[in-house]
Design a binder for this molecule. Structure first.
Ligand code: SF4
Length: 409
């Protein structure tokens, strides 16, 4: 199997559009996030939306919990660079107000807007305006009658909650629907989505709710979302992290790129985990490189490797990389050495060459370089390191002597 050609087969779903962004029906999987400002704070919310869009967010959600929020939405929507969805809980009138404000879609929680008349009033209005609604089921806020029927928040209870809501929508001829069945338990949400995917072809919005702060929150969200995406389930995703929402958007985007579901947009920074051979503080250089690349639109894979002995070979698939040796940084492109720079210029050199490659391509970078000299210098440093460290990069023989001394007192 050629893994570079590998693609997960997506579950066929209907397509809806949120603003101008298609969801489902073969459209690229999209990234969502939610603002954490008061929606009535128009400037603050817009600032956050711009930061989210820059980090890879395709669709943003804002809470609409009071009339000031709906009024804020009326000013936010026309200035937002990405479609805006209003998040509605408890008060169906807020859904009507948000539609009046011009939002591109709604999220309703069927667990806390339960009166059929209210649900149908919102769906009729959405139908007339051609606006999509997400049925956002949440294990923590299911309709109490479903808790009772199933003895708790089971996958079956969550799926039934979604199906009941669809039935109300059907009654008024509304079907611009996407659905989520989120839980903070990964196995519960995975099973609920699997069951839901069996019984409906509406597009699905994936998420592990209340995943918590990173890194545990990132791990939980990734475990749930990636498992389903790899099964072909899921049309749009959201990381629910207790963190700056920009981190959610970045994580969502990075997950989709890592799974080959979205084109790479920013640098994909790979770095060795470091070991006894490392000639620099790899963690520090990798972090500085991450900061330097920031949100630059450089769809390249860039490697930071701790030593010139193994680095260029191990990262030969990277478009560009740097490996340390003898207080110098050896730059390489697709495994070929192209330049040598002083150690403290490693990060600047990486950024400069990445910009060059992005503009002119790999071949031009190799032509521009004095590869013969770069290879020679790399070979020199590699031999010097091998001579100094040999095969025993961790100097284990010396350490063992020290350990024995320590133990024997
Ligand atoms: S590249 Fe060098 S420093 Fe990094 S893990 Fe490999 S051998 Fe160790």
């Amino acid at each position: 199997m050629d893994v570079t050609e590998w693609k997960t087969e997506r579950r066929p779903t209907r397509q809806i559009t949120v603003g101008k962004v298609p969801v489902g029906g073969g459209a690229p999987v999209t990234v969502q996030s939610m603002t954490i400002t008061k929606t009535a704070d128009v400037e603050g919310t817009l600032q956050q939306i711009y930061a989210l869009a820059a980090a890879g967010c395709d669709i943003v959600r804002c809470t609409c919990n009071e009339s000031e929020a709906a009024e804020g939405l009326a000013q936010i929507v026309p200035r937002s660079p990405i479609p805006v969805i209003a998040d509605i809980h408890h008060q169906y009138r807020m859904a009507l107000a948000a539609m009046e404000a011009g939002v591109h879609g709604l999220r309703l929680n069927p667990g806390n807007i339960r009166k059929p008349d209210h649900i149908k009033a919102v769906a009729s209005e959405a139908r007339d305006r051609d606006l999509p609604i997400r049925i956002g089921v949440n294990a923590g806020s299911l309709d109490p009658s479903l808790y009772e029927k199933y003895g708790g928040a089971t996958p079956e209870a969550m799926v039934e909650s979604a199906l009941r809501e669809i039935a109300y929508f059907d009654e008024v001829g509304f079907d611009l629907i996407k659905i989520s069945v989120k839980a903070s338990s990964v196995p519960l949400m995975v099973e609920a989505y699997r069951q839901l995917a069996e019984v409906t072809d509406h597009p699905l919005h994936l998420g592990v709710t209340e995943a918590g702060p990173p890194p545990a929150g990132l791990v939980k969200a990734t475990a749930g979302i990636a498992t389903l995406l790899m099964e072909g389930i899921g049309d749009t995703i959201r990381y629910s992290l207790t963190a700056d929402p920009v981190e959610e958007a970045r994580a969502g985007r990075q997950l989709l790129e890592a799974l080959g579901l979205r084109e790479r947009k920013n640098v994909d920074l790979i770095a060795c985990p470091s070991c006894g051979r490392a000639e620099v503080d790899v963690i520090d250089v990798a972090n500085r490189a991450m900061d330097a690349f920031g949100e630059r639109k450089l769809p390249l894979q860039v490697a930071v490797m701790g030593c010139v002995v193994n680095g260029p070979g191990e990262a030969r698939e990277a478009d560009l990389g740097i490996a340390a040796g003898n207080k110098r940084g050896h730059l390489f492109v697709k495994g070929r050495n192209i330049a040598v720079v002083p150690e403290d210029e490693m990060v600047d050199a990486l950024v400069e060459w990445a910009e060059f490659i992005n503009e002119h391509g790999i071949e031009a970078a190799i032509e521009r370089a004095d590869t013969a000299r770069a290879e020679r210098e790399a070979a020199k440093d590699r031999s010097a390191l091998l001579a100094a460290q040999g095969d025993d990069a961790n100097q284990s023989a010396e350490k063992i002597v020290e350990i024995r001394k320590t133990v024997s007192g």
